[in-house]
Design a protein around this ligand. Structure first.
Ligand SMILES: [Cu+2]
Length: 342
């Protein structure tokens, strides 16, 4: 029997264990919440970003990506059902009609007309059933009519140039310095490090576009074939010198969407990423006005100054400013999401 003192000791021990379990549980819940919020922070800024252990393809944020996802899911479930029926029938036949149970092979069997009709008709119906909506979706994905604005994309070895047609706004978009430094430092970038998470997927000037707007892209290249690809938009389009390809998008959710050149275009093919920043229509108007204001008033004055200088200056001093040099202030807030992610 336990003495009262022993009982007290047991009670105390039990209380300690209970407190420790509770503390561990609380700590676990807190660290889980912390890790969830660590992932939730970038998720709000980058709604379509892939994440570790993601299994299915992403839904993206445009009508095109939604359509691609739906077509993919239909095909996936058709495959799942076929897989279950075929492997189920095989397993059943092998188990039920096995030799040890006295099964006798039907040696005189040649064919079954009924079965042949079934296994011809079922795939035909399935293929037509999948091709019909897929074709309708493809046609919709290539219909660039009634766009509210047009952006011309030109691929270069190794950067992109964006021109907002009719707005007089254009700039180049290159690999961000941060990625370049990591690349040259031979450090292995880590996903957990917010400064390194977007290694090779960050640029100096993002393509800024409004949400809920049908945007037409005309896509070409200056030197070799490139391809403009942002998975969250649901398509990729070749950029071919001498040819103008078309595409369109309508982004539903504000955020940052990342992509890459998807056509092997030379030694720096892996170092010409694409970053799209979708903002509200109002924010886009302000951004575009700021870009125009930056370019517009300088032009006549600069031209006059250049002309006046040309008369007096030494030959080395003459020449227009480098037009291709991207201005750091081109993008109002570069990577606003990143400081939140730690
Ligand atoms: Cu390229």
């Amino acid at each position: 029997m336990h003495s009262p003192a022993g009982l007290e000791l047991m009670k105390a021990g039990f209380n300690t264990i209970a407190r420790r379990t509770l503390a561990a549980g609380l700590f676990g819940a807190m660290s889980l919440a912390a890790s969830v919020s660590a992932f939730a922070a970038p998720a709000t800024a980058e709604p379509a970003a892939p994440h570790p252990w993601q299994l299915n393809m992403g839904k993206g944020v445009t009508h095109s990506s939604q359509m691609a996802w739906e077509a993919h899911m239909v095909a996936l479930w058709v495959c799942v059902v076929i897989g279950i029926i075929v492997f189920g029938a095989m397993a059943y036949a092998m188990f039920k009609f096995r030799h040890s149970k006295g099964a006798v092979p039907a040696v005189n069997f040649t064919h079954s007309t009924k079965l042949e009709i079934v296994w011809t008709l079922v795939p035909v119906i399935l293929l037509v059933g999948m091709a019909w909506p897929a074709t309708a979706k493809l046609i919709a994905m290539y219909d660039t009519r009634n766009a509210a604005m047009t952006v011309k994309i030109t691929g270069y070895q190794w950067m992109w140039k964006y021109e907002y047609l009719g707005e007089g706004v254009e700039f180049t978009s290159r690999l961000a310095k941060n990625s370049d430094q990591i690349r040259q430092s031979h450090v292995i970038p880590k996903y957990d490090n917010p400064d390194q998470r977007h290694y090779l997927l960050e640029v100096d000037n993002m393509l800024v576009v409004p949400v809920d707007t049908k945007i037409r892209f005309v896509i070409t290249a200056d030197d070799v074939i490139h391809a403009w690809w942002v998975p969250a938009l649901g398509w990729k389009q070749d950029a071919i010198p001498g040819i103008v390809n078309e595409a369109w998008t309508d982004i539903s959710t504000p955020g940052i969407y990342r992509g890459q050149c998807a056509e092997l275009c030379g030694k720096d093919h892996g170092f010409m990423p694409i970053v799209v920043k979708a903002v509200s229509k109002e924010e886009f108007k302000q951004w575009l006005a700021a870009q125009k204001a930056k370019n517009a008033p300088a032009k006549p004055a600069a031209a006059a100054a250049t002309a006046a200088e040309a008369i007096n200056a030494t030959p080395a001093g003459i020449g227009p400013a480098q037009p291709a040099a991207p201005d750091a202030s081109n993008t109002p807030t570069p990577e606003p999401a990143e400081p939140i992610t730690h």
